[in-house]
Design a protein around this ligand. Structure first.
Ligand SMILES: Nc1ncnc2c1ncn2[C@@H]1O[C@H](COP(=O)(O)OP(=O)(O)O)[C@@H](O)[C@H]1O
Ligand SMILES: [Mg+2]
Length: 325
């Protein structure tokens, strides 16, 4: 066993450092105190498998956890009536959840996040690659399958953007971290439309900038193959571009939204009512045409927003410049 790469693997997965020389993952496992083993949420076999996967991914320079499919097996609505659909998603799929407040959109996202095994109020079951996930993987947090992008990003520490991203890139052991960090920065600025520099402190970013940063970070620096987005509309982020980015990376994106442009952007949208998926809609010809119109409207709105921000008048191109008093 190559000690250096094993140590990197331990670091990335937040596992305790080696206290002594170890000949193989099982030997390392045996060297841990029992409370350390408890805290890992693994066993010798899952550790060994994880290390093998890591080595394979590391040799190819990418190590996104590869998921071939994500399935949601039907549960029950709030009255205990069975759902009508089992659902299956593949890499690159964008799936939207629509439905009134309280219908159960966030609950469905939470079922995916915790890889529910008929042990949540909905009784749904999530399968990864056709199988119930390994219980050890289910609770492994950082090394899990699912990334969440939420409305409120609370950064627990303050760092310049550049250091924050470098830390992520290094923890992923990428071949050329500086280059990747630059790409993430460029992408985030492109998504937010408001420039910021590598030295900007992350707590100083606007809502839109910090969400754009999280999106770019999840796309380039996270090995997690499933991305969940809970209602982040009007967030000052180029939403369609963000979705395209995830699709290009082969992620499965599931988002809840009231935003018509996003709702039409998914290849499917799930209508959620009374805690259940009550319909699955694929956009038809008319909706696809509408999608184009909505994108144009959206670009116009974004343009007005930007001109307002710059202190210009909007509505009349001739009076675009205001007089500075
Ligand atoms: N199938 C279900 N069975 C029981 N409770 C449910 C079910 N689906 C959702 N709920 C509960 O209903 C409440 C509202 O759901 P939530 O997902 O927050 O709605 P939304 O995000 O659509 O506004 C939550 O407390 C949630 O746990
Ligand atoms: Mg919700």
């Amino acid at each position: 066993m190559d000690a250096e790469s094993f140590d990197k693997f331990l670091k990335i997965n937040h596992l305790p450092k080696r206290a002594r020389e170890c000949s193989c993952p099982a030997d390392y496992w045996a060297s841990l105190a029992w409370e350390e083993r408890e805290a890992c949420g693994l066993n010798a076999a899952t550790l060994e498998m994880g290390y093998k996967e890591y080595l394979v991914g590391n040799n190819t320079g990418t190590w996104m956890h590869v998921v071939r499919s994500l399935e949601i097996l039907r549960g029950c609505d709030k009255d205990g009536v069975p759902e009508r659909y089992d659902l299956r998603f593949l890499p690159g799929d964008v799936v939207c959840l629509v439905g009134p407040t309280g219908a159960g959109k966030s609950r469905l996202l939470a079922d995916i996040e915790c890889l529910a095994q008929r042990d949540t109020p909905t009784r749904r079951q999530i399968l990864i690659d056709g199988k119930a996930p390994d219980p050890a993987k289910r609770f492994s947090g950082e090394s899990g399958l699912v990334a969440q992008i939420t409305q409120n990003m609370n950064f627990v520490m303050d760092l310049p953007v550049e250091d924050f991203l470098l830390m992520h890139a290094e923890s992923r052991d990428l071949k050329d971290p500086e280059n990747v960090v630059e790409r993430v920065m460029r992408t985030a600025i492109g998504l937010a439309g408001e420039p910021f520099g590598p030295k900007t402190q992350i707590t100083q970013l606007s809502g839109g900038q910090s969400r754009a940063l999280m999106i770019a970070d999840a796309a380039f620096l996270s090995p997690k193959p499933v991305v969940l987005i809970d209602e982040i509309e009007n967030a000052g982020v180029d939403r369609v571009r963000a979705l395209r980015l995830f699709v290009e990376k082969g992620k499965i994106v599931i988002l809840s939204t009231h935003d018509p442009m996003l709702a039409l952007w998914g290849a499917r949208r799930l209508v959620i009512r009374n805690g259940a998926v009550c319909a699955v809609i694929e956009p038809d010809k008319n909706e696809l045409a509408l999608r184009v119109q909505l994108a144009e409207l959206d670009a116009e709105l974004a343009n007005m927003r930007e001109r307002l921000r710059r202190g210009e008048r909007i509505g009349c191109p001739d009076t675009a410049k205001c007089t500075l008093m």
